[in-house]
Write a protein that binds this ligand. Structure first.
Ligand code: ATP
Ligand code: MG
Length: 385
């Protein structure tokens, strides 16, 4: 972001644009609209989750100049819902309007090699890793990390895509072939006790806030459930929130940033990866926190003071993947009848492929374990028998 935008406050009904038309963009748009902004989207497809709810939308790839020009014609400020936006496109926009987070945060977090190099340079704790760009580096990684290790493509992975676990060193070459021998990072396998994440919001003035730590459980490398606050104790909680603040500070992020961690049995936090945006593990802040992660994204984008991150109640979230549609439309009414306290979020996706994130459920409960149990039971109740 150029300094001339630093102190701008954008008041409603200014027009806010998000690059990316998926569910994260959709929830950003909804938060912006609730606060009186005009809000629109630059998305690759018409009628995606974002454009369905947008005041305006531009269809086109995010690094396509004609699409960017027409997007620019509509916006007073720009944010992103995903990290795979080209840095030149963001820089081009940044010369004209506030873009938050700025290109640097996005550029670092869109590539695992850059991300890990950056974090290591700032002395932040990481799982052991090695770059893999050549055969020689692959051999070196296998020697240094042992097995199991995990090979991840440096660019454009999500929900466990672009990752192969290597259990036997002699399979490392085959694993890399499977990934197309593109630039990768190799990571030592972490036998974590749990996975946690922290969503941080940082304003243009450098003020930053964190949400309570989220406890995340993955299935098939895809987030399955989140509970907040995580049952990790005050010291780990403080450490995780401080580390997330350090990352945002080091990157100079203005906007929302999420830090995913592995937590080892000895209570060590290792950073797994960054997302320069709201995160699936923060969806429960919509009902669970004073201001949601999406509201923080709006506030940071507009130069407004950040909102409260305290929880109004412990909360749990479970994802609804396309698999739930296997035998037809899930039983929404049956689920709601069973537990009237469950909040349903659907993203408006037309086709329910296995592993595709279609929506989520949130439950608030004074007891976080009960919140999670109720959310899981509600999801079970969606399956027709
Ligand atoms: P997303 O964008 O959905 O967070 P991703 O594709 O970027 O996912 P990662 O976060 O790197 O992938 O990995 C997904 C999950 O796979 C992790 O949350 C963790 O459960 C498991 N995993 C990844 N790396 C390791 C590792 N080094 N050791 C053990 N488990 C791992
Ligand atoms: Mg991840």
């Amino acid at each position: 972001m150029s300094p001339r935008h630093a102190s701008t406050i954008l008041r409603p009904p200014a027009s806010l644009g998000v690059i990316g038309g998926g569910q994260l963009g959709r929830m950003f748009l909804q938060a912006a609209q609730r606060m009186g902004y005009r809000a629109g989207v630059l998305g690759a497809i018409p009628e995606g989750p974002g454009s369905q709810v947008a005041h305006w939308s531009v269809v086109g790839p995010p690094d396509h100049l004609p699409a960017l020009r027409s997007f620019l014609g509509q916006v007073d400020a720009v944010t992103v819902e995903f990290e795979n936006v080209s840095a030149p496109a963001l820089r081009w926009l940044e010369r004209r309007v506030p873009v938050r987070p700025g290109w640097k945060t996005v550029w670092v977090s869109q590539n695992r090699l850059r991300e890990k190099t950056f974090l290591a340079r700032h002395g932040l704790p990481l799982a052991p890793w090695r770059p893999v760009r050549t055969e020689a580096e692959l051999v070196r990684a296998v020697e240094d990390l042992g097995s199991p290790m995990i090979l991840k493509t440096a660019a454009s992975g999500y929900d466990g895509k672009g990752q192969v676990r290597v259990d036997d060193p002699s399979n490392a070459g085959a694993a890399w072939n499977q990934l197309g021998r593109v630039a990768c990072v190799a990571e030592g396998w972490v036998t974590f006790a749990s996975e946690v994440s922290v969503v941080v919001a940082r304003g243009a003035d450098g003020e930053a806030v964190t949400f309570p730590v989220a406890l995340n459980r993955h299935e098939r490398h895809i987030l399955d459930s989140t509970v907040m606050p995580a049952p990790v104790g005050p010291i780990v909680s403080r450490d995780a929130r401080d580390l997330a603040l350090s990352v945002a500070q080091a990157l100079g992020t203005v906007g929302v940033l999420t830090v995913e961690f592995f937590l080892t049995a000895e209570g060590r936090l290792l950073i797994n990866e960054l997302a320069p945006r709201p995160h699936n593990s923060g969806h429960l802040t919509i009902e669970g926190a004073v201001a949601s992660q999406f509201e923080q994204q709006v506030r940071a984008l507009c130069g407004l003071p950040l909102g409260g991150t305290d929880l109004v109640s412990p909360a749990a979230m479970v994802n609804l993947l396309g698999d739930l549609w296997k035998d037809g439309e899930p039983d929404w009414a049956g689920m709601m009848r069973r537990d009237p306290g469950v909040k349903l979020h659907l993203y408006g996706k037309k086709t329910a492929a296995p592993g595709r994130k279609m929506g989520h459920l949130t439950v608030l409960d004074p007891d976080r374990d009960t919140a999670l149990a109720r959310a899981i039971a509600a999801r079970e109740a969606l399956i027709r028998r």
